[in-house]
Design a protein around this ligand. Structure first.
Ligand SMILES: Cc1cc2nc3c(=O)[nH]c(=O)nc-3n(C[C@H](O)[C@H](O)[C@H](O)COP(=O)(O)O)c2cc1C
Length: 142
């Protein structure tokens, strides 16, 4: 399988999570067509991929009002008809419904959303591994 990874990161956690997810997927023989920022997405990497992984961070008042940052950028990603998509977010205390919001936007872009996971910023390595395992398990081998 071929995955493109698109990331929005302010202080580096989400970018690091994306790199960890990429490394875990490569260990499962997936290829990564590119890791790029949502601000300046690598369109060729999206076109080449079967699966588009989109990650951002959670902002809000920590216990209320949580939402995925950069939802507008998600809205401006290219159309993804025929592709699978998976969302992830990194957070400190509580991700709220951030994944649901991301899922809706990805569906609007035409993708088939096959899952999502919130990664706690203090446990990025374990949670990135879990994300990759779930993703590999959810996709039938080709
Ligand atoms: C302005 C601001 C608001 C935040 N609000 C929340 C929040 O409501 N809930 C939460 O769990 N984490 C919150 N966080 C923590 C970030 O989501 C977390 O540190 C994330 O991993 C940052 O990702 P990044 O390093 O890729 O920017 C907030 C961080 C900032 C800077």
């Amino acid at each position: 399988m071929k995955a493109a990874i698109l990331i929005e990161s302010l202080t580096g956690n989400t970018w690091k999570a994306g790199e960890l997810i990429a490394a875990n997927l490569q260990q499962e023989n997936w290829s990564i067509t590119g890791i790029s920022s949502m601000k300046d997405p690598n369109h060729a990497s999206i076109q080449d991929a079967d699966t588009v992984i989109v990650g951002t961070w959670v902002h809000g008042l920590f216990v209320v009002g949580q939402a995925p940052w950069a939802i507008d950028r998600l809205r401006h990603l290219p159309a993804m008809a025929g592709k699978q998509a998976v969302a992830f977010c990194t957070y400190a205390l509580n991700p709220g419904k951030s994944l649901d919001v991301m899922t809706r936007e990805l569906e609007t872009r035409g993708a088939e959303v096959v899952g999502g996971l919130a990664l706690q910023r203090g446990h990025l390595a374990e949670h990135a591994e879990e994300f990759a395992i779930r993703l590999v398990d959810s996709v039938p081998a080709r």
